[in-house]
Design a binder for this molecule. Sequence first.
Ligand SMILES: *[C@@H]1O[C@H](CO)[C@@H](O)[C@H](O)[C@H]1NC(C)=O
Ligand SMILES: *[C@@H]1O[C@H](CO)[C@@H](O)[C@H](O)[C@H]1NC(C)=O
Length: 296
Amino acid sequence: MLVDKMANIMRSMFFTFIFAPWVLSASARQHYHGAHSRKDIQLNEDAYLESRFKRDVTTVTDSDYDSDSVFLPADAAEDTAPGTADDLPTCLLCVCLTGSVYCEEVVPDMTSVPALPKETAYLYARYNKIKKITAKDFEDIVTLRRIDLTGNLISEIEDGAFLKLTLLEDLSLAENQLVKLPMLPAKLISFNANHNHLKTKGVKANAFKKLTKIVNLFLAHNELEAVPQIPETVRILHLQNNNISSISDDTFCKGNNTYYIRPNMNEIRLDGNPVNLAQYPNSFTCLKSLPIGRYH
Ligand SMILES: *[C@@H]1O[C@H](CO)[C@@H](O)[C@H](O)[C@H]1NC(C)=O
Ligand SMILES: *[C@@H]1O[C@H](CO)[C@@H](O)[C@H](O)[C@H]1NC(C)=O
């Protein structure tokens, strides 16, 4: 009896002091592991900058963590988590906390989006081998607020896969194999498609037009040759390391209206593109600061 009690105490201490903090710090550590090559270091810098900006400007916060609802395979028989996650195999491979699902670097390889518990709000499925997003994957999970699919092998996203997610504020498809973008849901605040193979014809000029809340738009390290239309709400625009060779007076400002200003825009990165920004002196008159890029 006493032994049982001690075991229970030990177990809850493990959840409270070791396991829960480990989960919370896992995302922070993710960015630092294996930072050996130049590319990794660049990735980490970008990730650092972006997470910093994200913290500044988005309102997304994870729901409260509750160590009592941690659900692990070893305890499946005795510790039944409240909620609906209990029967899903996803929660044997991944960690399901209230409202959050963590499936990072899952072994054996995870090649598609796992079935999600009802009412999942935050999905972290980074560094897996997911190849394709289907229209069914998120169909019934309209509660999603954040989806992070960074570092998978996604080359195809079916039409409308994200479109019904009217609460979705934060979507990362960074470090995948995309050549074109899917339709995006209207309430997005932060969208990250850095480090893909996006081509100009895969990112329609009006791809972001309907996003009335978008603040962070990360499209760096792709193959874009033109700047898409950027909504007024955007504060941070990353287009570095693309193949953009020219811009126009209408790219950021309004060529026919010299009084127009763009109050929200804080940062535009165009470095690592062939464009010589010095050739377009009238293209930045509406901005508070010049884009970062080449001026010679
Ligand atoms: C960059 O754009 C130019 C046209 O402006 C094109 O000829 C070239 O192939 C592109 N380079 C890459 C790597 O896509
Ligand atoms: C300026 O150009 C925009 C389209 O670029 C047009 O909708 C608007 O009517 C023009 N305004 C004037 C005053 O010409």
